[in-house]
Design a protein around this ligand. Structure first.
Ligand code: FES
Length: 322
């Protein structure tokens, strides 16, 4: 049974679809296995990183409320240092891939200036920075599971490990201007500005998937109850995968919840196709990774899915990287 990827038409994008759209278009592009698309992808991450850095630097230098609060000011300094370090790692990677070091990203700079122009105040502007960061991490997660390049996966693993901290800290900055930062939505003008950068140069149609996959045996077929059940497997010594059985069908998704890192193997299975994380009750479709219900605070992202086949009573999961 091979998991399907929902078709994403970026031209029909609606604002609230932005994270799934970013995820599925990144996955689609990375599954092509093309070095050319890998470069497009890495440069896209760099643009979003630059936009986040430009935006948060402006907050640090121009927001009197944040500059006068020692905790917020120090935290913002930490986030900027961390982002700048990841930027350098990404620059090194792009240089190793293309043979040249990228210069200032004019598109990110223009987008930043537009965001300053269209935002209606600090809350709106900081929410735009949060959106850019969330899209960056969403796209980076795709690379960790699907990029067939070990160096890039290492760079991105380091980046996504900061996700929870970035979310928490940026909500602290936003909380200085908005009473409910977690629920605060940027204006349509800011969303469109950030999305214009996030989605430019990405393919507008799904990129054809190109085998071969690397099949790894994870368990015996009879280790999961015949009617329905789950089993957690660790692949390559680091990748936790949840194998889900629903009658004759098998699926595999990443085991770590995309909200705040709960283990789906500790969660609940709602046959035939839904798993729920018990930490904050996010629900996912195991066929596509789609978020079916968001947690009671914050946002979960789509789960990575992996193809599964059963041969000779053994269950195999397909990986997109060698
Ligand atoms: S960690 Fe899974 S819903 Fe929060």
């Amino acid at each position: 049974m091979v998991s399907a990827t929902p078709e994403v038409r970026l031209l029909e994008l609606r604002a609230f679809d932005f994270e799934p759209a970013m995820w599925y278009s990144s996955v689609s592009l990375l599954r092509s296995g093309s070095r050319g698309w890998l470069e497009v992808y890495a440069r896209k991450l760099l643009s979003l990183l630059d936009l986040s850095i430009y935006g948060l630097n402006r907050v640090a230098s121009d927001s009197e409320e944040i500059a006068s609060d020692p905790y917020l000011y120090q935290t913002l300094g930490f986030v900027l240092t961390s982002l700048t370090r990841h930027r350098r790692m990404l620059l090194n990677y792009i240089q190793s891939l293309t043979g040249s070091r990228p210069t200032i990203d004019k598109e990110a700079l223009t987008t930043y200036r537009n965001m300053v122009e269209v935002s209606s105040g600090w809350a709106d502007f900081i929410a735009g920075c949060k959106l850019a960061l969330r899209l960056l991490i969403t796209a980076a997660r795709a690379g960790v599971f699907y990029a067939n390049d070990r160096n890039l996966r290492m760079v991105l693993t380091a980046l996504i490990e900061r996700d929870y901290e970035y979310n928490t800290y940026i909500d602290d900055f936003l909380g200085r201007y908005a009473p409910e930062p977690d629920a605060f939505q940027p204006s349509e003008a800011v969303v469109s500005t950030v999305l214009s950068l996030a989605m430019s140069h990405f393919p507008q149609e799904p990129v054809a998937e190109q085998p071969p996959l690397r099949w790894v045996e994870v368990c015996g077929e009879d280790e999961i109850p015949a009617q329905s059940g789950t089993k957690m497997a660790v692949m390559d010594g680091w990748l936790e995968v949840l194998i889900v059985r629903s009658g004759k069908e098998f699926y595999a998704v990443e085991n770590v919840c995309t909200h705040e890192g709960g283990w789906l193997s500790d969660g609940l299975l709602y046959p035939p196709h839904m798993v729920s994380c018990i930490d904050h009750l996010a629900k996912f479709d195991v066929r596509t990774g789609e978020v079916l219900a968001q947690p009671h605070h914050g946002l979960a992202r789509p789960l990575a899915t992996f193809p599964v086949k059963v041969e000779g009573g053994k269950v195999f999961v397909g990986l997109h990287f060698t």
